[in-house]
Every structure is written in C-alpha cells, then in structure tokens.
Design a protein around this ligand. Structure first.
Ligand code: AP5
Length: 209
C-alpha cells in the first residue's frame, strides 16, 4: 500500500513519470488533469463546468475535483500515485480526511524541480496520443512515426497560458511543500531536467525500490 504524491510545476514531467511508476510499483495512478480532459471529451456536466477554468489555466473548483477523485481513491485499495492532486491546501486537507477515514495516509511526496524557461520549451513540443493518453515530446521523447499524425496539442499549452499556470502553481500549489513538511511527510526533491529514465530511477531509489 502506497500513497505517493507527485508535485511539480506544469510540464515538470508528472504525467510522464506517473504512468511509468504506476506500472513499476503496481499501484494505479490518479491524474486529475487526465480525468478532467476525459470528462471534457465525453461532454459530461463535470467537463462543461471545468472547461473555462482549464482553458484559462486556472484551478477547477475544489468541489468538482473532490467529486472526481473521491470515487477513484475509494477504489484504490493498493494505494495510488497522485498526479495533479492535491493542488492547494484545502484539497490536501480533504485528501487527509479521506485517507484517515480508511486508516491510510500519504507516504511520500516527490517534488520535480524544473526551471520556468525549460518548461515553456517542453510545453510547446508536447503532443498527446488521444487513443492511449501517452505523452510525447517532438524533441525529447519523439513518438513512433506511424502514430505521429493522430497526436494532438493541448489547448492550454499556449505560451501565455503556460506562464499563467506557472504563477497559479507558485501561489497555490507550492505551499503544499511546507504543508507536508509540517505534517512530517517525507519530501524527496528530484532534478526533473535529467533524462526521463534518470528521473524515474532517481524517484525509485528515493523510495527504496
Ligand atoms: P494537469 O493536466 O494536471 O496539468 P499540469 O499539472 O499543469 O501538468 P502537465 O500535465 O501540463 O505537465 P506534467 O507535469 O504532467 O508534464 P508531462 O509529463 O506532460 O492539469 C491541467 C488543468 O486541469 C489545470 O491547469 C487545471 O485547470 C485542471 N486541474 C487538474 N487537476 C486539478 C486539481 N487537482 N485542482 C484544480 N484544477 C485541476 O511533460 C511535459 C512535456 O515534457 C512532455 O512533452 C514530455 O514528453 C516532456 N518531458 C517530460 N519529462 C521530461 C524530461 N525529463 N526531459 C525532457 N522532456 C520531458
């Protein structure tokens, strides 16, 4: 049983690492950004409520997010890799309540460190496979040629929106590092500018795996 939080600014590699860690550790990932994009694609009521916030690079209201993750957390009996949640202190407090109710807690927090200028470059080259959800980068993680034509670029990856998302991260999400420090949860800082495989192996080493 492991509840692991991946923290880091937009584009720091949370999605890339959470998928691989989930396979390696045998625990499901709960990625709120992916879940919201799926709701948008499916045209659900929740997706309609989230759309304007996501396009503007703002956080989606907490009640929408908690409605989304509550069920997934309840079903995650082996623990979970949390990617993109919690995103602010009220969400972290709600997570704690949910886990405590099941006799569980957050085991560790991984913070991926990547400077803003690197992030802007990453976002401009990011492409996603709409069929598998796999994330690629035109330069750093090129997709296989046969699937290249079907890849899409996220609408919130425009430079101006990325810069706004970075400021939302600094204002609302970064304070979680202190929150978890004060709560005695182990925090592992990992240099997210290393190659993808190196980032993954450093995370696993820090977790003793
Ligand atoms: P979300 O989807 O969670 O976006 P994000 O946190 O901004 O993170 P990204 O998905 O943009 O980046 P990432 O860190 O996963 O990086 P990736 O692996 O893709 O959220 C989107 C929106 O949904 C939010 O703005 C908000 O509106 C809403 N939302 C979501 N959760 C919410 C919540 N809890 N509360 C409220 N609102 C919420 O990598 C980026 C690129 O870099 C890729 O191309 C990748 O191939 C490449 N790359 C990755 N690692 C490396 C490496 N080591 N070297 C070189 N390239 C790399």
């Amino acid at each position: 049983m492991m509840h692991l939080i991946l923290l880091g600014p937009p584009g720091s590699g949370k999605g890339t690492q959470s998928g691989q860690l989930s396979e390696r550790l045998g625990v499901p990932k709960i990625a709120t950004g992916d879940m919201l994009r799926a709701a948008l694609r499916d045209g659900t009521e929740l997706g309609r409520r989230a759309k304007q916030y996501m396009e503007a690079g703002e956080l989606v209201p907490d009640d929408v997010i908690l409605g989304l993750v509550g069920e997934a957390l309840a079903a995650a009996h082996a623990g979970a890799i949390l990617d993109g949640f919690p995103r602010n202190v009220p969400q972290a407090e709600s997570l704690e309540e949910i886990l405590q109710g099941n006799g569980q807690s957050v085991d560790a927090v991984i913070v991926l460190k990547v400077p803003d200028d690197v992030i802007v470059e990453r976002m401009s080259g990011r492409r996603t496979d709409p069929e598998t959800g796999e994330v690629y980068h035109l330069k750093f993680n090129p997709p296989p040629a046969p699937i290249a034509p079907r890849l899409i670029q996220r609408p919130d990856d425009r430079e101006e929106t990325v810069r706004h998302r970075l400021s939302v991260y600094a204002d609302q999400t970064e304070p979680l590092i202190r929150y978890y420090e004060e709560n005695g949860v182990p925090i592992h800082w990992v240099d997210g500018t290393q190659p993808i495989e190196r980032v993954r192996s450093e995370i696993l080493t820090r977790l003793g795996r």
